[in-house]
Design a protein around this ligand. Structure first.
Ligand SMILES: Cc1ncc(COP(=O)(O)O)c(C=O)c1O
Length: 407
């Protein structure tokens, strides 16, 4: 139903725009029959984990797809980041953006490496290389760039800084599977790159991730660390962990891979539909993807400028949630505002004004195979309605809150 009156909004007692919840990152599932056939093969073989044939096949196919010498699949990206950091010998301090998912920082802190948070470029949402250089100290051992929304961060600039200061360079590419930088697939940059194949990512293995590198020696070390540090039967040579991917996850990955073009096509069409639907709302800006690069278009990210709209991002989220549109604030409130970093942030050296600004503005809307043009057009109409009536909505809410406090 099209909303024409404030009382039509679910927040004020109207019927929600959607009966079923629309989620950000609802999982994509490829050809179900293919997946079940693979799961049956796996059960017949009774080879469920420990570098099974599906894991090997997936690693080979991913390395070819990404144009990289080595792809080591891992049980998830958080463990993959930890393994990568250990394999690179990171210690002391590592510089990374605060505007990322908290797993990027936790993976370092888990190894007792201090994450030093850097601000971002407000245009790209990616780490600001100028500030990176100012944060380098005697204790710095590496830089972790994050390709936020699958848009490559400043790879060349960070590479130059890492080289100049003899630092390791890794990329959290959790968002960037299928994206390119200057025509080259993300995956082969820096010392290592780390992908997430979590269920909410456009390419998923239920839970999963991968480390990619062109360094043969490093790849061997990563493989050992993934498997408890074993270098052959009964011979442990490193501190290892259990980072193995199961065969069931690899079966899902092989199946997802066969539908990759379809998933990207749907995401792209959804992105175009959102661009058209949100066009012309003052203060509402959908992020842009370069037409010159490949992207997976998994992230429908909108910046809400409250000074222009007159209505905050947080209030919009509240309204959308009531309508069963589970829009998400990202990466709110920023890693440096989360524990244990919040308490130790006094140790950090520079203010993160762009990050703090962005975490108040950014909103992610539902997309993927679970959402089509019909839903998108209704979401956009609703957002138009909300902002056209922004002042009235705020006044109505204030009087409701006033009445409640009087009771
Ligand atoms: C930027 C970033 N890094 C790391 C991760 C952790 O990935 P996983 O859930 O596979 O451990 C995520 C997950 O959403 C992420 O968005």
């Amino acid at each position: 139903m099209i909303k024409t009156d404030l009382s039509d909004l679910a927040l004020f007692g109207g019927a929600p725009a959607f009966n079923e919840m629309l989620h950000v990152g609802r999982p994509n599932v490829g050809d179900r029959q293919q997946l079940l056939t693979r799961i049956n093969d796996m059960l017949d073989r009774r080879w469920l984990s420990n570098n099974g044939p599906f894991v090997q096949e997936l690693e080979e196919k991913l390395a070819t797809f990404l144009g990289v010498a080595h792809c080591i699949v891992i049980c998830n990206a958080t463990i993959a980041l930890e393994i990568a950091a250990r394999a690179l010998g990171l210690k002391g301090e590592v510089i990374l953006p605060s505007f990322t998912f908290v797993a990027s920082a936790h993976a370092l802190q888990w190894l007792e490496i201090t994450p030093v948070f850097c601000d971002v470029d407000p245009l790209t949402h990616n780490i600001d290389p100028v500030m990176v250089e100012r944060l380098i100290t005697q204790r710095t051992s590496g830089i972790m760039g994050v390709h936020v929304w699958g848009r490559a961060c400043a790879i060349e600039e960070l590479g130059g800084i890492a080289k100049k200061h003899h630092l390791k360079l890794l990329f959290d590419a959790a968002h960037a599977f299928g994206s390119t930088h200057q025509g080259q697939m993300i995956g082969g940059f820096g010392d290592v790159e780390v992908f997430s194949f979590h269920a909410t990512k456009f390419f998923n293995t239920f839970e999963g991730g991968a480390i990619t590198t062109n360094n043969d020696e490093l790849a061997q070390k990563i493989r050992r660390i993934r498997n408890f540090g074993f270098a052959g039967m009964d011979n442990v040579v490193d501190i290892g962990t259990n980072g193995k991917m199961s065969e069931a996850s690899a079966a899902m990955g092989l199946t997802s891979l066969e539908s990759l073009d379809k998933f990207i096509g749907i995401n792209y069409n959804n992105y175009v539909a959102f661009s058209k639907g949100l066009y012309g709302i003052p203060g509402v800006q959908l992020i842009q993807y370069s037409e010159k690069e490949k992207n997976n278009y998994q992230y429908i990210v909108v910046e809400i400028d409250e000074n222009t709209t007159g209505l905050s991002r947080d209030l919009l989220v509240k309204i959308l949630h009531a309508e069963n549109i589970r829009a998400r604030r990202y990466f709110h409130p920023g890693c440096h505002q989360m524990e244990p970093y919040r308490s130790s942030f006094a140790n950090n050296r520079l203010a993160l004004s762009e990050t703090e600004n962005l975490t108040q503005k950014v909103l992610q809307l539902p997309t993927g195979t679970a959402v089509g043009e019909e839903e998108i057009s209704r979401i956009c109409e609703l957002i138009h309605f909300v902002f056209v009536n922004g002042i009235k909505i705020r006044t109505e809410l204030q009087s409701l809150e006033h009445n409640i406090s009087d009771m």
